[in-house]
Design a protein around this ligand. Structure first.
Ligand SMILES: NC(=O)c1ccc[n+]([C@@H]2O[C@H](COP(=O)([O-])OP(=O)(O)OC[C@H]3O[C@@H](n4cnc5c(N)ncnc54)[C@H](OP(=O)(O)O)[C@@H]3O)[C@@H](O)[C@H]2O)c1
Length: 269
């Protein structure tokens, strides 16, 4: 198999599970040297061992809480210390809080989520960019389809994701002079631990998963492998793309649906 990202040094945030893990696996399979972070050391070390056993690239896990600026700086420092360069940053670690109307979110809830979902991406970009400019590298921000189309009872989450999409374009403009590309992916429903935990918290998990699958024209959720491949495409192949958002949504945003609160079948039911 041709290696599409051989020896390219790639940072993946939130790489121990879900979409981030898919990125770690795909990039290592294509020869990259991946540094990934998460809070849970047991899961991180397990993924590190699993992907290193397969190669041909390599992975290094560094524990990091992405809400802490000093820990973000440590991930960048350790990466540069080990490899002397950074070619790609995949900003992925994020959280979807439980669904509520605005009345039930406090300003503090919103501030914490902005820090977790948005400021974390900003800081990883800020501290990686001096290195990415040297390699003419690229950034991939994991946004969300709901940043474009909204989502019921998720005003804070949707706001953070819309801001990530906007930040991607702003950075693409500023960094073009260094030949650094900045793009985003917009996943719809991807089957990950986050999705599974969300479904388990509902009355009928099986029905929730089925409804989640039916949101896509393709009649299923996306996989973490497909998410990794979409990021690899942006990093390795899409060399004339900057400031774009790649929908990874199985067509979920297309066509009309029963959305009116009057229909009895819409988003309010
Ligand atoms: N799944 C979907 O359908 C979907 C759709 C659209 C967008 N997205 C976006 O995709 C991204 C990943 O989602 P996912 O579904 O793959 O989530 P997931 O299954 O919950 O995995 C999240 C990963 O991030 C890490 N993480 C969480 N909080 C962290 C923190 N404070 N510091 C460092 N690492 C942290 C987790 O490890 P630890 O818990 O050990 O730290 C884990 O490795 C998020 O930005 C999400 O908004 C997902």
């Amino acid at each position: 198999m041709a290696l599409r990202y051989k020896d390219k040094v790639t940072i993946v945030t939130g790489g121990s599970k879900g979409i981030g893990k898919g990125c770690v696996e795909v990039f290592v399979r294509h020869g990259a040297k991946v540094v990934f972070c998460a809070r849970g050391e047991k899961d991180g070390k397990a993924v590190e061992a699993e992907v290193n056993a397969k190669g041909p690239g390599e992975a290094t896990f560094i524990p990091c809480d992405v809400t802490k600026e000093d820990q973000i700086m440590n991930v960048i420092d350790q990466t540069v210390k080990k490899y002397g360069r950074i070619d790609c940053l995949i900003n992925n670690a994020g959280r979807h809080p439980p669904f509520h109307p605005i009345d039930d979110f406090s300003a503090e809830d919103f501030r914490q989520l902005l820090n977790m979902n948005l400021v974390n991406y900003f800081l990883f970009a800020k501290y990686s960019l001096p290195h990415l400019r040297k390699t003419q590298g690229n950034i991939i921000n994991d946004s969300s389809l709901v940043g474009q189309i909204g989502q019921l009872e998720a005003v804070t989450y949707v706001s953070t994701k819309g801001a990530i999409t906007a930040m991607t374009k702003a950075l693409a403009i500023d960094e073009a002079k260094y030949n650094v590309r900045v793009n985003s992916i917009a996943p719809g429903n991807i089957w990950t631990p986050m999705w599974a935990e969300g479904a388990e918290s509902t009355e009928n998990a099986e029905a929730t998963v089925k409804a989640g699958e039916n949101c896509q024209l393709l009649g299923r959720m996306g996989t973490i492998e497909e998410s990794g491949l979409a990021c690899l495409y942006l990093a390795a192949d899409a060399t004339f793309c900057t400031g774009i958002e790649l929908n990874l949504s199985g067509g979920a945003e297309l066509s009309y649906g029963n959305k009116s609160r009057m229909s009895g079948k819409g988003v309010y039911d």
